[in-house]
Design a protein around this ligand. Sequence first.
Ligand code: C5P
Length: 222
Amino acid sequence: MKLINIAIDGPAGAGKSTVAKKVASALSYLYIDTGAMYRAITWKALQEKADLNNGEQLGQLLESTKIRLVPDEKGTEVFVDDEEVSAAIRQNEVTRNVSIVAAHEKVREQMVEAQRELASRKGAVLDGRDIGTAVLPDAEVKVFLTASVEERAKRRYEEEIQKGMDSKLDAVIEEIRRRDQLDSTRLISPLTKAEDAEEIDTTQLSIEKVVQQICRLVEERV
Ligand code: C5P
């Protein structure tokens, strides 16, 4: 069967990573969590006490940083300069700052190049904000996942509670709104639906139904 690339974009907490992992596993494709890459450089910038508003400095920091995504049975293990940071990059401090770091051109240029390289052999599912519009405008399948902000916040809150994190629903709603606002209004490749992406509103849909819909789109293209 022909290998293709699948782009899954959408706002925070729309279920992109859960769905992308399942689609990748159903097709034996590679799952690439591009948000984890932006989180990884944000984590490093915070460690180094870098100025998060200085794109030039962050670009240099990224040039000298090794970020690795290693697929495992849960999804992806993330390494920064050989240190395992999979849990650390999900902490609130990183979540609060990642959209500021991700807005810089010098950061995005390098990330987009690395993501294209990872997807160059095809057979990849990438989730993020700009995959269908900027990273892989030629992806054979493009999906834009949405859900109401309340539903997205509820899912994220339940996920965090399950992980044992000290989470508050109101704070999660606030954080998701703020991050969506920053991601969709930044100058360089803002979060937006690609014209040729299939929009799926997941508010009332089970994960399995969404996965099935995407697998059907894939069947039509291979
Ligand atoms: O997907 P996740 O919520 O982990 O992404 C974290 C942040 O990384 C997003 O809020 C966004 O600022 C940034 N991001 C991005 N482009 C991508 C993926 C993520 O700007 N392709």
